[in-house]
Every structure is written in C-alpha cells, then in structure tokens.
Design a binder for this molecule. Structure first.
Ligand code: FMN
Length: 196
C-alpha cells in the first residue's frame, strides 16, 4: 500500500509551496497525495501561479472538495502518514487550534492530531497579532509542527525557485522523505573574515 500524505493548500500567500510539495511527491512511487484546496487557496493559486483548480488537483493522487466533510480523510480509521498545510492561513490555523472542524481541511487536521499523526503547518502572515501567536502555541502544544516558510538565506539561494525548493525539502524531511537534491549544511567551509 502506498503511504498517504494529506496536502492542504489554503488562501495565505505562497501557493507555490503547496504546489511544489505535490510535484515532489508525484516523483515518489511509494507515496500518494490527498489534496484539499480551499476556495481561497484556489483563488490564490490562480492569482500567484495562474493555475486553475483542476490543474492543481491533477497533481494529486486524490482531490477532495473543501466542503466534503464525509471524505475518507475525515475519519481516523483511514490511515495516513499525516498532513501538511502549505501555505496555512491564519483562519485555518485558528480553526485547527480550536478544533473548529467545519470544513474538510480543519477536520482532516483535527483527525491527524487526535490520532497523534504528524501535522506540519506552514503559516504565513506578517506581522503577527496575539491570536496568531497563541494559535501557533496551541497547535504546537497539540503536537503540530509549526514551520513558517521563512527563507534560509544561509543556503545562499540564487532564485525564488531555490528558496522554495529548500523549504519544500525541509518540510518533506519531517515526513522522513529526504531529498538528495537538498544542499545540507556541512559547516562553514570558507575562510572566515579577519577580526578588526
Ligand atoms: C491575495 C491574498 C493574499 C492573502 N494572504 C494571506 C496570508 O498571507 N495569510 C493569511 O492568513 N491570510 C491571507 N489571505 C486571506 C485568506 O485568504 C482568508 O482569510 C481566507 O478566509 C482563508 O480561508 P482558508 O483558510 O479556508 O483558505 C489572503 C487573501 C488574498 C486574497
């Protein structure tokens, strides 16, 4: 049986992260993606990537409608390795933090938490208000991994694509999917500047 990863894409900016996660997992024969693209997520995918809902759904093994609360991933008896939400809006973060499972995204995340499976959230907002911060704390206390998609400048990226690829690879590391393409830090090799 293939390993199943639920991929949520919400209406925060950074649709490219979710899309690139789907593309990376498509290359792996032993993984199957289960996509929930929120309506606001679909808007942003169009705005930022000029991709239609159907095109994003075609990248996934299975795609669900965000209101399909009876979907397989709504139940803990349906086995998955966990879920990543990339990007994760403050609204969906709030729903998860308060177990307010009124759409499939929030319900699937709720199930992943209650079954003690891995939930990785890529929340994106700036600056953050106190509710955002408290909701991240609550999600962390419940076992989620809060992974803001902040560029890793130490990797000396030369393009936006490289920034995104680094984040995607580090997210997949959290599901024990280790990319041979990720340049892993081996210590600072070059000579360090002299002290004045
Ligand atoms: C262009 C655009 C960019 C947005 N960026 C963000 C963002 O970075 N973070 C965020 O929390 N919400 C952002 N929003 C607002 C969310 O889309 C909105 O709160 C929505 O209700 C989230 O719903 P969802 O979580 O079901 O996708 C943005 C909306 C638009 C139209």
């Amino acid at each position: 049986m293939k390993k199943r990863l639920i991929v949520g894409i919400t209406g925060a900016t950074g649709a490219v992260y979710g899309v690139e996660i789907l593309k990376a997992l498509r290359e792996l024969a032993d993984w199957e993606t289960h996509l929930v693209l929120s309506d606001a997520g679909a808007l942003n995918v169009w705005h930022e990537l000029k991709m239609k809902r159907k095109e994003v759904e075609a990248l996934a093994g299975v795609a669900y409608q965000p209101k399909d609360i009876a979907a397989a991933i709504s139940s803990g008896s349906y086995l998955t390795e966990g879920m990543v939400i990339a990007p994760c809006s403050m609204k969906t973060l709030a729903a998860i933090a308060h177990a307010h499972a009124d759409d499939l995204l929030a319900r699937a995340a709720d199930v992943v938490l209650k079954e003690r499976r891995r939930l990785v959230l890529l929340p994106r907002e700036t600056p953050l208000n106190l509710a955002h911060l408290r909701n991240m704390v609550a999600a962390t206390e419940m076992g989620a991994v809060v992974f803001p998609p902040v560029p890793a400048f130490y990797a000396l990226p030369k393009s936006i694509d490289e920034i995104v690829a680094h984040t995607v690879a580090r997210v997949l590391d959290l599901f024990a999917i280790h990319s041979p393409r990720l340049a892993r830090w081996q210590g600072m090799k070059e000579t360090r500047p002299e002290r004045d």
